[in-house]
Unconditional design. Structure first.
Length: 275
DNA sequence: AGCAGTACCTGGTTGC
DNA sequence: TGCAACCAGGTACTGC
């Protein structure tokens, strides 16, 4: 269930178990994910040492000298570090076995994805995978601010929520956080992107940063169990102000939260707090 | 160029 | 209880 904070939390969880380790073997039980898993994952990755684990947008990259494994969790993907004898579930499509090291027993990095909207691809050294080539800036860096949004909004006739979710404008703002950030900024998600002022975009960008950073912090505590997945808690759900709360009272003004479909996705907002 | 629509897939929930 | 319909946190691709 990955938006950017969950992907970043996953990265932080698995990175210490991977960095400096050598890939002992790759087991592919299914290769028909969002795209077929390319042969390089089987032929080039084994034997390589993982030098770094990076996140770009909602992609994770396992960097080695021979190239990088590029993972996306889609809607239902999950990555866990497990003992080699962990029982294999129906949707456990890929295991990347990690060689034993002086400080860690042998482990596997297991990719599980019931819906198979995720992917595992390969990026040769020194290249940028085509899927990454046209992505906008990372929301939590200085490359993204209100003017990023304001400039992108020129000449757009679609709604501000769709602009916020456009990966060419800014990456990592998924359906939940788009609604939440617009609520925090007091902007009606249906408002035409071109009709939002530069000042309000500054506020919106600040809220995107604040909410994503806060969720990553929360993810660090609520998702800590992905090494031994028992009792996964209620996530950040109890903290949401508008998402999934249609008909319920706004936490600020008690007005019922409304829901509308934009771009085939549900949007939630408070008609009193957002204009 | 921007935008709407379609597609990928399984599983949980809702409603008859 | 059974089963169909609907919904889900993502995103690339097509065609207008």
């Amino acid at each position: 269930m990955p938006e950017l904070p969950e992907v970043e939390t996953t990265r932080r969880g698995i990175a210490p178990c991977l960095i400096g380790k050598r890939v002992a073997a790759v087991t592919l039980r299914r290769t028909d994910l969002r795209w077929p898993i390319p042969v390089e994952v089987s032929t080039l990755l084994p034997g390589q040492r993982i030098d770094a684990v990076e996140r770009r947008a909602k992609y994770l990259l396992l960097h080695t000298a021979a190239g990088s494994a590029l993972l996306h969790l889609g809607m239902s993907g999950m990555l866990r570090v497990l003992p080699p004898d962990a029982p294999i579930g129906k949707h456990d499509h890929v295991d990347i076995a990690l060689a034993r090291s002086s400080t860690q027993a042998a482990r596997i990095l297991r990719f599980t994805d019931p819906r198979r909207f995720g992917c595992l691809l390969w990026q040769p050294p020194g290249e940028v995978h085509p899927l990454l080539a046209k992505l906008g800036p990372e929301p939590l860096t200085g490359d993204f601010d209100g003017d990023t949004l304001w400039l992108a909004s020129r000449g757009r006739r679609s709604a501000v929520k769709l602009l916020l979710m456009d990966n060419a404008v800014v990456v990592g703002v998924g359906n939940i956080y788009a609604s939440e950030a617009l609520f925090a900024a007091g902007i009606d998600p249906r408002r035409a992107a071109a009709a939002v002022s530069r000042a309000r975009y500054a506020r919106l960008a600040a809220e995107v940063k604040r909410i994503l950073a806060w969720a990553i912090e929360r993810g660090g505590t609520t998702l800590r169990d992905f090494l031994n997945p028992d009792g996964a808690p209620g996530y950040f759900f109890r903290e949401l102000n508008v998402y999934g709360r249609a008909g319920e009272a706004c936490r600020v003004c008690n007005t019922p939260i409304r829901q509308v479909v934009q771009g085939q996705r549900s949007t939630f907002w408070c008609p009193h707090c957002q204009h």
